[in-house]
Design a protein around this ligand. Structure first.
Ligand SMILES: *Cc1c(COP(=O)(O)O)cnc(C)c1O
Length: 219
């Protein structure tokens, strides 16, 4: 579907209900919140998701997120979470609108967020797939990375990870690792799981799943 393609609110609402049922069936009721990933779709997808009662909307690209905020009159009708690769020079523009930054993977980005939005809520991204092109700190460096973000005054709520490409079960070991890292550090939030591997993530303790295609169709 091309950006701005027509969104049918009733279909989105039905898809949200189906994803919630899948979350519940895998043990996530009352724990796993649903972040509707609206990248690739227009502002009407944000509205449809908010009306359907998702917990947050997730955007991956700074300019696209800003365009939607503007089209919606300066605020999103559900909390806006930034989930994509961050560029330092975009943080200043995004900071007024972002309720939770999921994808902080370098101390320099944390420093920029802390200077534009002191005390902001963030998740530390950890590379759990072992794929070198994936963002995130090395799992063994997580404690030091979290300490460095806290030293900047950021409110580090938890960890975020992206599973490997491939069969959903291939993500389980990484999700378990992320959950045990968060547990060891006393961090409550775990952002993991997308359309293809969300049930595995829920079984491993996800508190946020980030779901796009299962709600809005192919991008
Ligand atoms: C695009 C994206 C998602 C959503 O992916 P779907 O496969 O559409 O569910 C989740 N997390 C991140 C970081 C993304 O970039």
């Amino acid at each position: 579907m091309a950006p701005g393609a027509t969104i049918d609110p009733a279909t989105v609402a039905a898809n949200v209900a189906t994803v919630r049922e899948r979350i519940a069936a895998h043990g996530g009721a009352g724990r796993t919140r649903l972040v509707a990933v609206t990248k690739g779709f227009g502002p009407e997808a944000v509205v449809a998701a908010a009306v359907a009662g998702v917990d947050a909307v997730g955007e991956s690209y700074a300019q696209e997120a800003l365009d939607k905020v503007r089209a919606l009159g300066g605020a999103t009708p559900a909390p806006l979470h930034f989930i994509g690769r961050l560029q330092r020079n975009k943080i200043r523009h995004l900071a007024p609108y972002v309720a939770l930054w999921h994808s902080v993977d370098r101390v320099e980005l944390g420093a920029e967020i802390a200077s534009r939005a002191p005390g902001a809520a963030v998740l530390a991204q950890v590379n759990i797939s072992g794929e070198t092109q994936k963002a995130g700190c090395e799992p063994s460096a997580t404690a030091a990375f979290v300490d460095a973000l806290r030293a900047l005054g950021l409110d580090v709520r938890g960890l975020m990870g992206i599973g490997p490409l491939g069969a959903p079960e291939a993500a389980r070991a990484g999700f378990e690792r992320l959950a045990s890292l968060a547990g060891a550090l006393g961090l409550p939030e775990l952002s993991m799981g997308m359309s293809d591997d969300l049930t595995v993530a829920v079984e491993c303790g996800a508190t946020y799943v980030r779901v796009g295609r299962s709600l809005f169709g192919p991008r």
